[in-house]
Design a protein around this ligand. Sequence first.
Ligand code: ADP
Length: 188
Amino acid sequence: MLNLVLFGPPGAGKGTQSEKLIEKYGLVHLSTGDILRGEVSAQTELGKKAKALMDAGNLVPDEVVIGMINNKLESNPNAKGFIFDGFPRTSAQAEALDKLLAEKGTEINHMLALQVPDEELIKRLLLRGKDSGRADDANEEVIANRIKTYNEKTAPLITYYTNLGKYTAIEGVGTIDEIFDRLVAAIG
Ligand code: ADP
């Protein structure tokens, strides 16, 4: 199996590159942001609770997203591999993911971290907010909170994956194809 964590701050291009990676490697795409937005539009109980947190740029509780990922792993028993996009975002999530994969006799192969400067992230998110309909992209204060949350809670995972020998930094500025080529080279 090939299991990848595509890592990076909001607006780094994880969704765009995930689409290209799943096509090339035949992986199942697991985006916790997409799954949560699906719950919000279906107006489920979970979606109703998650919406306020997401709109403010705060994280949804670990148990909720870990449960969602567990369900998706269970419902794809024959997958060639998974690409985790927007997950894990906290140390508790990273530890839970390792445990879930170990139970299935597999593991994360690479954590690929897209590097993009803050000014560029803000520019990209505001641009996306113009037509994505995402409330969390439309407001500069919410964007700033998402970047702050990333720096406080998510960036520490770089150390976690470095210690496992799985971390690779990828320059996230350039054309979509240039960045994709860098990812493919890192996967090897
Ligand atoms: P971004 O563009 O900010 O990376 P995502 O689509 O990955 O956006 O996530 C949107 C929102 O969904 C986050 O700001 C957060 O509220 C929630 N979310 C997504 N993934 C997670 C996660 N792994 N843990 C907690 N909350 C999450």
